[in-house]
Design a protein around this ligand. Structure first.
Ligand code: SF4
Length: 535
């Protein structure tokens, strides 16, 4: 079947049959991806903002290659909520498999397939139609199977029938692959030992791996494991994988590993993660599609993820949302670098209070970047509305209160990706600090300070900033405004060419919030109506 014929049939039999049609630009992206892969490219990078419908695009490409060539696909994402969406989406005929703890155990109510009878007791032969086993068998048989990133990687080590390699691998929300691989390759251990260099770490890791293996085999010999034993076993298996990966990789390139000993903890991290992704992800498919809203540069993306530049192509798509509905106002209030921020807290808090007042009647969120900044701002904000803040322990429950409308303005940390604040869930957001990578991290120091990888640091910051700005406008008829208050944005703006066009076209430099107020009253009817009602 030719590409155009497929595109017509896809529209008729998949989209229209369920009451949909192509969204703007979907058809051309699918065509581009198919043509590129058919003409010999191995990797297609799709950079497209929210609203394009990237999952349907990815699915259509997988379907085309299955119908035409019998190619099978592994569809993966680091974002668990996206997996749930794929499972619910009526347009997609994809078998989803999740971690064992997502499926109930039928033998022991209250337990899951992660801690059910068969997992604890090796002799037990289960005769029930286990929901996990059914889902796994279906996914193994299906031409297009979706799973989380963690599942894809640990699948190899699970000791049960695995997915092996397929023809095509699709990574949805691929921009953060580097952080994911860094986390996979890193480990933290409590130890009193001191380490002079990476050789000391290798000697120590070998000894620990021996002990870990010994304890695993002890536990595996047990006939009936307690929940505590099972927890220990899970943890040890993960350590076994991490130590094995470290020892095999460090032998080939010891310069690629950094470590840090703080108090009683040893932290070990890979510097570049391309070979980890190569082994664990890229090798799982001969052809690859990576999609995200923030694959900003083909070269940097390939460099940081280990994909071959020459066999990769990228399609860069603009936003289909009206620019007036998603403006980003840059108001230079204060510099928030570590040495300057003490002086910055007061003016930043005052500006935020004024923004909150401007948007009274609407909900908003502040991305504070760190818990320290969040606390300092919270303690200085005076507002009539309900302002909330969370810490590491209650972040989920406080965020849920915000979603339920029990908080009007949330001062948050770490909600710059993976959340979907559409329509009234949030109409404005404030960025107090440009999200540069943290120099308290040993890997960041190695790259940024020792190896002078400034381009990398800038790329990561711009990517994180663009991700954050995309949280509140999620549909064509949605609207919401972003305020950047950190003066460091001016430095980033010197590299405006590295931002996607859909971002730069929405940026407006302003000198005061009055200027924003005037702009909103002039341009935005929804804001205006609410504003007038209040007056
Ligand atoms: S195989 Fe049986 S015992 Fe094991 S989790 Fe499934 S239902 Fe429970």
């Amino acid at each position: 079947m030719r590409v155009e014929e497929f595109l017509d049939k896809f529209e008729e039999k998949v989209l229209k049959a369920r009451g949909y049609s192509y969204r703007k630009k979907q058809r051309e992206i699918i065509r581009f991806a198919i043509n590129s892969l058919e003409s010999g490219k191995e990797n297609v990078l799709i950079n497209a903002p929210p609203g394009i419908g990237k999952t349907v695009v990815n699915y259509a490409v997988a379907l085309y290659f299955y119908l035409n060539y019998g190619y099978t696909t592994l569809y993966t994402t680091p974002q668990i909520p996206l997996l749930d969406q794929i499972e619910r989406d009526p347009l997609l005929n994809v078998a989803v498999i999740k971690g064992r703890d997502n499926y109930p155990c039928l033998v022991e109510p209250g337990k899951t397939a992660a801690n059910g009878r068969c997992v604890r007791d090796r002799r037990f032969k289960c005769v029930y139609d286990c929901p996990y086993r059914i889902a796994k068998m279906k996914a193994l048989d299906y031409p297009i199977s979706a799973m989380s990133f963690a599942y894809l990687v640990y699948d190899r080590f699970l000791g049960e029938a695995g997915f092996g390699n397929r023809d095509l691998i699709i990574v949805d929300e691929a921009d953060d692959l580097e952080s994911w691989a860094e986390e996979f390759g890193s480990f933290v251990f409590k130890t009193r030992n001191e380490f002079r260099d990476i050789h000391d770490v290798v000697v120590w890791a070998r000894a620990v791996l021996g002990n870990v293996k010994e304890r695993i085999s002890e536990l595996e010999k047990e006939d009936d494991l307690s929940s505590k034993d099972l927890e220990e076993l899970e943890k040890l298996r993960k350590y076994e994988i991490k130590l094995t990966v470290f020892l095999s990789k460090v032998r080939k390139n010891e310069r690629n590993w950094v470590f840090e000993k703080t108090n009683s903890e040893l932290v070990v991290k890979p510097v570049k993660v391309g070979d980890i992704l190569g082994d664990l992800v890229w090798s799982r498919g001969n052809l690859r599609i990576c999609s995200s809203a923030t694959i900003l540069e083909k070269e940097m993306f390939c460099k940081t993820t280990g994909l071959r530049y020459k066999s990769s192509v990228m399609v860069d798509v603009g936003s289909t949302f009206p620019v007036e509905n998603r403006m980003i106002f840059y108001l230079p209030v204060a510099k928030m670098t570590k040495d300057k921020r003490e002086k910055g807290y007061r003016p930043i808090a005052d500006a935020i209070a004024e923004i909150v007042e401007m948007f009274e009647g609407y909900r908003g969120i502040c991305h504070a970047h760190s818990y320290e900044i969040a606390r300092e701002i919270y303690s200085r904000i005076e507002s009539k509305v309900r302002v909330g803040i969370h810490d590491r322990r209650n972040r989920k429950s406080v965020f849920n209160m915000f979603l339920r409308g029990e908080i009007d303005f949330l001062i948050s940390v770490g909600f710059s990706r993976g959340i979907d604040l559409k329509y009234d869930l949030a109409r404005y957001q404030v960025i107090t600090k440009c999200p540069f990578p943290s120099l308290s991290d040993v890997r960041v120091r190695e790259l940024w300070v020792n190896r002078k990888a400034w381009n990398w640091a800038r790329y990561v910051t711009i990517r994180n900033l663009v991700q954050t700005c995309g949280r509140i406008v999620r549909a064509e008829d949605d609207w919401g405004y972003t305020f950047i208050l950190d003066r460091s944005f001016e430095y980033l703006w010197k590299y405006a060419g590295y931002f996607p066009l859909y971002f730069t076209e929405a940026v407006k430099f302003v000198d005061s919030l009055d200027e924003v107020r005037r702009w909103l009253l002039e341009k935005n009817m929804s804001y205006k109506q609410n504003y007038m009602r209040r007056k």
